[in-house]
Design a protein around this ligand. Structure first.
Ligand code: HEC
Length: 171
């Protein structure tokens, strides 16, 4: 009985360990995706050109100024993912999936059917795993983030930039 008890304990410990490891690596993986998403957001995808680095809609002066304030979006993470992948027909939000309108993966439509409303192609199309990472970043860090703060700005730009002084401190 004692030996059995010990073995049972041992197994219990092992099972807990496996669960813990799985949960932990899941959390690390998610964090990793958010970090990669931030890099893609600012570099390869160039989202800040239209949406501003903080996603508040204050993009480059040469952008058309119609970009949404993503901090106030009511979209879910998966809806955000779809907008990045498919773009918004009839607006300047580009499609980041190269094949968005070739095989009806977006809204069941082809580019031909959408005609002039077809979202434009971005300078650098993304792979789906990159779209996923950006969606994770937008949902975790920008959605519901409230007003932009100085701390957020310093974190985004790696602690440099007097430009961050124009934002109020947190709290
Ligand atoms: C060329 C300008 C432009 C670029 C680049 C751009 N967007 Fe947009 N985005 C827009 C515009 C304009 C809208 C508003 C579309 C509309 O009127 O429905 C929008 C809307 C969105 C929305 C929907 C918000 C909502 O609540 O409806 C999301 C999410 C979004 N963009 C994310 C991104 C991400 C992420 C990137 C980079 C991968 C990006 N955008 C790049 C112009 C742009």
């Amino acid at each position: 009985m004692v030996a059995n008890g010990r073995i049972a304990n041992h197994f219990l410990g092992m099972i807990c360990g496996i669960f813990f490891a799985a949960a932990f690596s899941g959390a690390v993986f998610a964090q990793d995706s958010v970090r990669r998403g931030q890099q893609l957001w600012s570099q390869k995808a160039g989202c800040p050109f239209c949406h501003g680095w903080a996603g508040d809609g204050h993009g480059d002066e040469h952008a058309d100024g119609a970009a949404a304030n993503i901090r106030e979006t009511i979209l879910t993470r998966d809806q955000i993912q779809e907008v990045i992948k498919c773009g918004r027909p009839g607006s300047s939000m580009p499609r980041f999936d190269k094949f968005a309108y070739t095989d009806r993966r977006c809204f069941g439509m082809t580019a031909e059917e959408l005609g002039k409303d077809v979202p434009s192609e971005p300078p650098a199309p993304l792979q789906i795993f990159e779209v996923d990472a950006i969606a994770d970043y937008v949902a975790a860090k920008l959605k519901d983030a409230g007003p932009v703060t100085k701390e957020e700005c310093l974190e985004f730009f790696g602690g440099v930039g007097a430009a961050c002084d124009k934002y109020p401190p947190k709290g």
